[in-house]
Ligand binder design. Structure first.
Ligand code: 6SG
Length: 211
């Protein structure tokens, strides 16, 4: 049996919200160890972290760093890694694509928001198109990003799409499959409950107040 789970992270959604969405949807509980910037700047915790960064994740006596490794670990624990090796490989591909976009998003938010937002939003359709295309190839876009069962990549992709809907509310208007998919996944009962909770809603998306 996996768990108990502890997430150690800053008081933001950031790189942990897809992990939280996965856990909530899988009806798991977890503890939040919230790290304020004041505490982080003392440096002791940073020194103790493998790569000097958060999130840190504990599953029983297993300690992990790297948000995507945490997602994949939970995917293996809860059967969210596809039905066979081929689906697993496709999910890895999708998740790497999500990571590429997440890095661009984080760069905009943390380094170039005021100057870069217009160009970022203009370039966004080209970034989202691959996911719409992939969806269309799987059950005409009526299921999940790969296969017919939810996976870790769905949580990660939907979380990033939702952030982009805050950044640019119309960004999915020309991607009907992606828009419907994001809504369908977010409407899963346990996930919906989590997304409606103050724990989620009151947690800022990013650490600098930009969104
Ligand atoms: C920041 O980059 O939150 N970790 C971040 N920053 C602090 O000293 N590849 C790995 C992974 O996927 C990337 C980890 C990631 O897990 S996440 C980290 O540890 C450091 O490097 C984004 C995030 N940013 C908010 C933040 C924390 C410290 C500075 C910015 C919030 C804002 C200001 C204070 C607290 Fe703040």
């Amino acid at each position: 049996m996996p768990g108990p789970f502890t997430i150690t992270y800053f008081p933001v959604r950031g790189r942990c919200e897809a992990i939280r969405m996965l856990l909530a949807d899988q009806e798991q509980e977890w503890k939040e160890d919230v790290v304020t910037m004041e505490l982080w700047q003392k440096g002791e915790l940073k020194k103790s972290c493998l790569f000097g960064q958060l999130p840190k994740f504990q599953d029983g006596n297993v300690t992990l760093y790297q948000s995507n490794a945490i997602l994949r670990h939970l995917a293996r624990s809860f059967g969210l890694y596809g039905k066979d090796q081929q689906e697993a490989a496709q999910l890895d591909m999708v998740n790497d694509g999500v990571e590429d976009l997440r890095l661009k998003y984080a760069q905009l938010i943390y380094q170039n928001y005021e100057k870069g937002k217009t160009a970022y939003v203009e370039a966004l359709p080209a970034q989202l198109r691959p996911f719409e295309n992939l969806l269309s190839q799987n059950r005409s876009g009526q299921a999940f990003i790969v296969g017919d069962k939810i996976s870790f990549a769905d949580y990660n992709l939907v979380e990033l799409l939702r952030n982009h809907l805050v950044l640019a509310p119309g960004c999915l208007a020309s991607f009907p499959l992606l828009a419907a998919y994001a809504e369908r996944v977010a409407a899963r009962p346990h996930l919906h409950t989590y997304l409606q909770s103050t724990a989620h809603r009151d947690r800022p998306i990013n650490g600098n107040g930009k969104q």
